[in-house]
Design a protein around this ligand. Sequence first.
Ligand code: NAD
Ligand code: ZN
Length: 341
Amino acid sequence: MKALSKLHAREGLWMTHAPVPEIGPDDVLIKINKTGICGTDIHIWNWDDWAAQTVPVPMITGHEFAGEIVELGRNVEGLEIGQRCSGEGHLIGKQSRQSRAGKFHLDPATRGIGVNEQGAFAQYLRLPAFNVVPLPDEISDDIGAILDPLGNAVHTALSFDLVGEDVLITGAGPIGIMAAAVARHVGARHVVITDVNPDRLALAEKVADVVPVNVAEEDLADVIPRLKMKQGFDVGLEMSGNQQALDQMVEAMTMGGRIAMLGIPPGKSPVDWSRIVFKAITIKGVYGREIFETWYKMIAMLENGLDVSAIITHRFGVDDFEEGFAAMKSGQSGKVVLDWT
Ligand code: NAD
Ligand code: ZN
């Protein structure tokens, strides 16, 4: 089969031929139709310090996918050949206290497909049946291929009650923009999204009903009276990993505000803890998706009017993967989807 693989410990990815994976008794084999390119894949392409320390070579990359089941392991029940699906790319252990308590997303032994295990940028993917998420007919393969990052957005956005709340999202990357759409969908009052990249803010306005703020040009503090907010924001979703954005968020929060942090700072990131204490702010770190509560809620919302389709700005056949990665690396794109059919 064709596979997009990290063949060498240096910059780049290579299209190669690999054997179709053999499945075990509890696995399924999925024929891949569409895949999404993630920021993680860009780290692996660039072979930065994180990638070099984390990813063994050779490795088939990719973890955002939609496809169809073509083979079932002998123990697999409740799924069938021909079923369209996406799936959770975090492969969890079953031994930890967290897993045994049903908090699968908190299992410390989690391994990622396309990072620690052979991934989805291939014509076929082996996946534990446990990880499969069937797709209803209304959800296209394009959207199926971006459920992983939409799940990050949903998990973060649903961390706190948003109904009637004023929400600040820092970082209008694909995940921040999708989180804005989710915040709107579930009934937030104002949704303000910040970035320093005007193209990203323009895309945010296409996808969701948001107030875009370019913090390279405008002071976030000026937005609070403009929107007739009495104090600051009730809920903050940090989706940039940028130090300045986090500082601005802490300043812009109301007393007792709640912050969910998805963005990953590049290194240690200092925080003015006395501001956190005196403003009585709650901070929650967010990793991945809740398995499978996020998937359930995400699919229910997509079936009930949540529309994030405009976040997909580029589509390429898989043989043009280099163009897809270039679009993603430009910083101007939303999600980039590769077609394997
Ligand atoms: P992205 O890099 O595409 O988007 C980040 C955005 O932040 C960019 O548009 C950038 O211009 C913007 N930004 C930079 N400086 C800013 C500033 N001062 N103020 C406001 N915005 C600023 O990333 P993405 O794919 O949308 O992911 C968002 C973040 O979530 C990244 O940090 C990513 O590493 C992280 N992430 C975390 C998890 C997890 O499980 N915790 C999963 C996926 C992604
Ligand atoms: Zn991803």
